[in-house]
Ligand binder design. Structure first.
Ligand code: AMP
Ligand code: MG
Length: 427
């Protein structure tokens, strides 16, 4: 049994991120939401693209208006009207102004905008009533971003704001990492899919659905592989097929010490390196983590043996079958691994928030305990309330509404209400 933090460290050291060259695809910008950028984006456009006005008002020469005051107004001649999308045709000379609207191009000659509220208009003349700051309300070309400099680095997770920036930079498509393929396998002779009539002793394979949802939420592609009974031959076939098709395999069940728990034995028979057999975590102790060595590749002119294009070893997580245990292991250990695999930059490790527990939390001291419940922001600080009812790892119903896992460190038996704790936020 190894400590939780050591298990996380060991798992992360086993993950090979997707390859920058081999594991990428070009996707239309509208399909890029939630994807990870595989190369830096550099734009040839300045932002703003040209000097423009931040206000509705008048574009003027600062030298003309610098000594203005309500008792010393200055009147200028309006030479042009500049609405949005219009390219100014005139140069503003001394004694002149141009009518300008928000976002419109600043005309040559002008360097300052006086807001409409500080002026009085009479026909083709405008009187300026206050002294503006030099360059007031002018958005300078390139002041937000300069062409040719890095706009977005590789590894960026693209959300609405980044997609908007890429659209503005005229990137119709972007190079992103492919989604990691995650095979999901449920083991157990008691399991049936949700559309089968339940016979006595049977149970619906809810883990398949829980894990597929988590995997999809992490931006990866779930590959559902169904249910495999506790039969060594069938398990061997299913596991071999899963490791051949996916970057990462999640199986649930069959990793305990029961008579029908065959997963570890089969992994060993299939030539896996088993790195973790159990972790000091509650729930989730019987967690198996293994890798399958890269299949040997015959050197060729295209793929010399030292080529970085060698496929990465498949990472295998044998999760415990109990629904809460499987989910806790996924949140705590699989998510950081998926982050690293996906091409996202560090930090990959989970991060916690500090919260006050509003109810007592109890543990058996032996393992680092994770208590599910609700995390809430109250007057600027987080409060944690454990879910009511039984915290048995078999009690799936009790997990409804979980958005945080409170951590009780190993060695601590109880945490009193009002004490500060670490909580792992659940997306
Ligand atoms: P195991 O880890 O195989 O000993 O499974 C422990 C318990 O978890 C089983 O007795 C089932 O009640 C439950 N279980 C196992 N696999 C699943 C699954 N895929 N979906 C829901 N519950 C499961
Ligand atoms: Mg089982």
């Amino acid at each position: 049994m190894i400590p939780v933090s050591e298990a996380e460290q060991r798992i992360l050291s086993l993950v090979q991120p997707l390859d920058r060259d081999r594991d990428t695809e070009q996707v239309p910008l509208l399909n890029a939401a939630g994807r990870v950028l595989a190369e830096p984006v550099i734009s040839s456009l300045d932002f703003p693209h040209w000097d423009n006005s931040a206000m509705d008002g008048y574009a003027v020469r600062y030298a003309d208006v610098q000594n203005c005051a309500p008792d010393r107004p200055v009147t200028l001649t309006i030479v042009e009207e500049i609405p949005a999308g219009y390219q100014p045709q005139k140069v503003v000379q001394s004694g002149q102004a141009a009518r300008i609207l928000t976002g419109s191009m600043l005309p040559a000659g002008a360097d300052t905008v006086v807001m409409q509220e500080d002026t009085q208009r009479q026909g083709d003349r405008v009187t300026i009533l206050t002294d503006p700051q030099p360059q007031a309300f002018v958005r300078q070309r390139g002041s937000y971003y300069q062409a040719g400099t890095p706009l977005l680095p590789a590894g960026y997770n693209l959300q609405a704001t980044e997609i908007a920036v890429l659209a503005a930079a005229q990137q119709a498509s972007v190079k992103v990492y492919r989604r990691p393929r995650v095979a999901i396998l449920s083991t157990g002779s008691e399991l049936v899919d949700l559309d089968r009539p339940l016979q006595p002793g049977q149970l619906v394979d809810s883990n398949q659905y829980a894990l597929a949802t988590l995997v999809a939420q992490a931006g990866a592609e779930p590959v559902p592989m169904g249910i495999v009974p506790d039969d060594p031959e069938m398990l061997r076939k299913a596991i071999a097929q899963a490791i051949a098709t996916a970057d990462l395999v999640l199986s649930s069940g069959g990793v305990s010490v029961g008579d029908y728990d065959y997963v570890d034995q089969i992994l060993a028979e299939l030539g896996a390196d088993i790195h973790i057999r159990s972790v000091a975590i509650k729930p989730g102790k019987p967690l198996t983590v293994a890798t399958f060595p890269t299949p040997p590749i015959t050197p060729s002119p295209h793929h010399p043996i030292s080529s970085p294009l060698l496929p990465s070893p498949t990472l295998y997580f044998g999760l415990p079958g109990n629904p809460a245990s499987a989910l806790v292991c996924c949140w705590r250990f699989v998510q950081p691994a998926l982050k690293k695999l996906s091409g996202l930059p560090e930090p990959w490790k989970v991060s916690y928030v500090n919260a006050i527990t509003v109810q007592p939390l109890n543990s058996d001291r032996k393992r680092e305990a994770y208590v599910w419940g609700q995390l809430q922001l109250v007057n600027g600080s987080y409060q944690f309330k454990p879910a009511g009812g039984s915290h048995s790892s078999g009690n799936l119903i009790n997990l409804i509404g979980t958005n945080g896992l409170a951590v009780i460190p190993a060695g601590e038996a109880a945490i009193a209400p009002g004490e500060l704790i670490h909580v792992l936020p659940i997306p």
